[in-house]
Write a protein that binds this ligand. Structure first.
Ligand SMILES: [Zn+2]
Length: 179
């Protein structure tokens, strides 16, 4: 091993340690996603945290054309968030912003060398602006349809009246947003 390889290895190890530390205490179970829904004022923010395996079937950079196609298809499904998170039309919500973060796929950050990543998550946020968010009594999730490898979603809703937790098992797809 030459000098520059040594330097790279040290950097890789430091990065791997940083990533592991950041992920410490974070559950990573294939097929299980975490969904946080926050209702605040005229907005609804949805945070999705899921193993990439449940979204594209692998947790590293795509290698084949077939895998690249899966990544493109998954991104399209995620950006079409009004299908994933359907809100009562009377609330008048429109999708304002989608942020996808999965560095191994090149989403929202530099690609991470795959040798350093055993597992990888997707962290995504979806913001809706609503005419009257208080009329959004429930959310219909399209996640199980869009991503068949998902089997459970741990949901937490934070609203003006406190927090509600729920566990949705496939094919259940309705989340109550109010008590
Ligand atoms: Zn994994």
């Amino acid at each position: 091993m030459n000098r520059s390889d040594c330097g790279q290895l040290a950097l890789s190890l430091a990065l791997a340690t940083a990533l592991t530390t950041a992920d410490a205490g974070k559950a990573h179970e294939h097929g299980v996603a975490k969904l946080d829904i926050a209702l605040a004022g005229s907005g609804i923010v949805v945070l999705l945290d899921t193993p990439l395996d449940s979204i594209v079937g692998f947790e590293r950079a795509p290698r084949s054309d077939a895998e690249k196609t899966r990544v493109v298809a998954a991104e399209a499904r995620l950006r079409d968030a009004t299908q994933l998170f359907q809100l009562d039309t009377s609330a008048g919500c429109t999708l304002a912003k989608v942020v996808l973060k999965a560095p191994v796929l090149g989403w929202g950050g530099a690609a991470v060398p795959e040798k350093d990543t055993g597992h990888a998550d997707l962290d995504a946020s979806f913001e809706f602006q609503c005419r009257d968010a208080s009329r959004a009594g429930a959310m219909q999730l399209g996640l199980f349809d869009a991503f068949p490898a998902l089997s459970r979603i741990n949901v937490q809703v934070a609203g003006p009246k406190g927090q509600v937790q729920a566990v949705l098992r496939k094919p259940a797809s309705r989340v109550k947003l109010t008590r």
